[in-house]
Write a protein that binds this ligand. Structure first.
Ligand code: SAH
Ligand code: SF4
Ligand code: F3S
Length: 440
């Protein structure tokens, strides 16, 4: 038998792309490909791309440019572009980068093996369909061995919200929820392989409404059923939209101990005027009221968010309102971005805020977020939290895991990956915590 072919995948963007890359690797695995960490060794290089901001999209082209010498040295090397840039730009990619052999969108990647075969025969293919068939029905079963105790599981994909700045509704298509029984069996399979924590993924995961045995299940229902799976210890979900945060889901946070007390709930801005222009369809006050209800159900909930500064028309007063909202919420963590005009989105037609003003606002906002993040970490010192160990740390005898609040925690212990232990937090470092197992 000939040596297996090697596949190198580079993943950009969000967690759903991480999940998709795994599934693409598995689909190619069924065709005899093994993954490699070294692009130079690969027979096929696949870039799983992100289109969310201009920088992310342009990075793909510079990375493709850097593959040119490799392709010249190894003419049999096949190069594929997958993900959201593939969806958004399709044929254009082949025109701009003739070294590319195939372009496959996020809803068509079950067709990747066939496209790879065509590439081997010297044929270039582009597939950016939103096919009738469900890709998940055409992907191989997930393999037996798991390397990590945590896993992502896509339950919902696409978005119907059309925020004025965002490409996701165009690149991922409209909202589709996977049937509940498929998710349950995929989850059981993961747990059978040693997975202890599952993060349910969706662009609007809390809008989940998948077909269940007796009518549609909400995300809350799905979480409660998953919580009954023996061996599954932790459940998270991301990303949520404030307007889809149902009462049943809030209640589940108060009642279901396996549902972790960390919630990523992007708001983007604290100004009602900007929220309206963004088409977010809620006010700052409604968002704050929602967080109050969530914290009433689960008082220790660690909040995380996303912010965009410099959205067209954003004034100093609008920006101040965002700073006020951040102070009111007190985030444990947040991501913030300078607005990036994206082709085809309504906001791209509007006059942007001057770059230096947007830069200054981003710095101001990030300083406040860092301060809150540091305070949230320091508040953990002296507390006992549960930690799911994931892998050895850098020091001998050290393990790294995540607390319920998603903080990375370093502990000296002989615990194995996949074990959960009570840990007393002793120290807060810039991006992690240190702790010890009490009574030792
Ligand atoms: N579905 C999620 C987020 C998807 S994109 C939600 O509804 O919140 C992740 C984040 O990227 C967004 O929350 C937003 O903060 C940021 N983002 C999206 N489009 C952007 C753009 N054009 N410019 C800058 N940031 C953007
Ligand atoms: Fe983009 Fe808005 Fe949909 Fe989130 S809700 S993916 S920001 S359009
Ligand atoms: Fe990027 Fe597509 Fe995810 S645009 S953030 S990879 S949904």
């Amino acid at each position: 038998m000939s040596a297996p072919k090697k596949l190198f995948i580079k993943t950009y963007g969000c967690q759903m792309n991480v999940y998709d890359s795994e599934r693409m690797a598995e689909a190619m695995g069924a065709e005899g490909y093994v993954t490699t960490e070294v692009a130079e060794d690969a027979d096929m290089v696949l870039l799983n791309t992100c289109h969310i901001r201009e920088k992310a999209a342009e990075k793909v082209y510079s990375d493709l440019g850097r593959l040119r010498p490799l392709k010249l040295a190894k003419p049999d090397l096949k190069i594929g572009v997958a993900g959201c840039v593939a969806q958004a730009e399709g044929e254009e990619i082949l025109k701009r980068m003739p070294l590319v052999d195939l372009v496959v969108g996020p809803q068509s990647y079950h067709r990747l093996p066939a496209m790879a075969k065509a590439a081997e025969a010297g044929e270039k293919t582009v597939d950016t369909d939103f096919p009738e068939e469900d890709k998940f029905d055409h992907l191989p079963e997930r393999p037996k061995a798991s390397v990590r105790p945590t896993a992502f599981l896509t339950v919902q994909e696409g978005c119907d919200k059309f925020c004025a700045f965002c490409v996701v509704p165009y690149t991922r298509g409209s909202e589709v929820s996977r049937p509940a029984d498929r998710i349950m069996s995929e989850a059981r399979g993961l747990v059978g392989k040693g997975v202890r924590e599952i993060t349910l993924l969706g662009q609007n995961v809390n809008a989940y409404h998948g077909a269940g045995p007796n009518g549609d299940w909400t995300l809350a229902r799905l979480v409660r059923e998953l919580a009954k799976v023996d061996g599954l210890e932790r459940i998270r979900y991301t990303t949520s939209h404030p307007n889809d945060m149902g009462d049943d889901l809030i209640a589940a946070h108060g009642e279901e101990p396996k549902l972790m007390p960390y919630l990523h709930l992007p708001v983007q801005s604290g100004s009602d005027r900007i929220l309206k222009a963004m088409n977010r369809k809620h006010t700052a006050e409604e968002y704050l009221g929602l967080i109050e209800r969530i914290r009433a159900a689960r008082p220790d909930m660690m909040m995380s968010g996303d912010f965009i500064v410099g959205f067209p028309g954003e004034t100093d007063a609008d920006f101040d309102a965002t700073m006020d909202l951040i102070r009111a919420v007190n985030y444990g963590m947040a991501y913030s971005f300078k607005y990036s005009a994206r082709p085809g989105t309504p906001a791209a037609e509007k006059t942007p805020v001057a770059a230096d003003i947007a830069d200054a606002r981003l710095q101001t906002l990030q300083a406040l977020i860092s301060e809150q993040q540091r305070a949230a970490q320091e508040a953990m010192v002296g507390r006992e939290v549960s930690v799911l160990f994931e892998k050895p740390g850098r020091l001998p005898g050290q393990m790294v895991g995540k607390s319920d609040y998603l903080h990375a925690v370093h502990v000296q212990t002989d615990a194995q990956p996949g074990q959960i232990a009570k840990v007393r937090i002793t120290k807060s470092a810039p991006n992690s915590l240190a702790g010890e197992i009490p009574g030792r």
